[in-house]
Design a protein around this ligand. Structure first.
Ligand SMILES: Nc1ccn([C@@H]2O[C@H](COP(=O)(O)OP(=O)(O)OP(=O)(O)O)[C@@H](O)[C@H]2O)c(=O)n1
Ligand SMILES: C[C@](O)(CO)[C@H](O)COP(=O)(O)O
Length: 225
């Protein structure tokens, strides 16, 4: 059985409002996404890694790899307009069957345990999508007012989202829709049932500046998500 990880790093990080895209920002002395690739490389599964990056950033990344003596093997693939297109480009670079994890480059604190668990479940059931329960109350905005929502019926979705390759290939033949905010939504729209597994609250997605401080603390203290 072949195992792959597609790490998507083709975004521009608008919400971070930094001069360089957040996946390149320094986190405990090395770029954010080096931590992410390292988590997959050091996991029990040791998947073949495909890194999806905007074409314009390929040389910059290669220079960073030299500067930081980063030698984890990976294949570079060109990013796309939306996350959907970046994942599809990564997927098209895989020619064999097997199991593939799709992971945000900006979730560098992901644990080896969660990576391994999603591969094992996807191998058995077809896919594995990590989630956590919301701990805050949730309201839906309606016109100029808002309404409480029953949070017991909600979960927050993370990556790695891990799939049988045949299932993911079928799903990614669909045309892009704005509703596709992650890979589970693409696979679900193609008619496959979604298998939720327990994620980890520390598996944060670096989105805003304060997330970088939290990620730094977690990594320094060997607390992974
Ligand atoms: N066209 C895109 C858009 C996003 N991503 C990746 O998808 C992951 C999750 O996206 P997000 O956190 O939204 O990143 P950005 O799109 O860069 O951030 P923002 O929405 O703030 O602009 C990130 O690793 C990002 O690099 C990608 O590969 N290709
Ligand atoms: C894939 C994802 O991280 C799952 O929570 C999320 O949907 C990405 O959303 P973004 O708006 O691209 O950050």
């Amino acid at each position: 059985m072949k195992f792959y990880a597609i790490i998507v790093a083709g975004g521009s990080g608008k919400r971070m409002q930094s001069a360089i895209a957040k996946q390149f920002l320094l986190l405990n002395h090395k770029p954010v996404m080096m931590h992410t690739l390292q988590a997959f490389h050091l996991s029990e599964i040791q998947p073949e890694i495909i890194l999806v990056l905007n074409k314009d950033d390929h040389q910059y990344w290669k220079d960073l790899c030299l500067k930081y003596h980063f030698d984890i093997p990976h294949t570079l693939v060109e990013g796309g307009k939306e996350r959907f297109h970046s994942v599809r480009n990564g997927l098209m670079s895989i020619k064999e069957d097997g199991v593939v994890a799709i992971h945000d480059a900006v979730r560098p604190v992901v644990s080896h345990g969660l990576i391994t668990q999603t591969f094992k479940e996807a191998l058995e059931i077809g896919n594995a999508i990590p989630c956590v329960k919301p701990s805050d109350s949730v309201r839906k905005l309606q016109d100029n007012a808002s309404k409480i929502i029953n949070r017991d019926k909600l979960v927050l979705i993370q990556t790695p989202q891990t799939f049988d390759l045949g299932q993911l290939r079928t799903a990614y033949q669909q045309r892009f829709s704005k509703k596709f905010t992650d890979d589970a939504s693409v696979v679900e729209a193609a008619g496959f049932p979604i298998n939720l597994v327990e994620g980890n609250r520390n598996n944060i997605k670096i989105t805003f500046p304060e997330d970088l401080e939290l990620a730094s603390f977690l990594l320094k203290n060997n607390i992974s998500g």
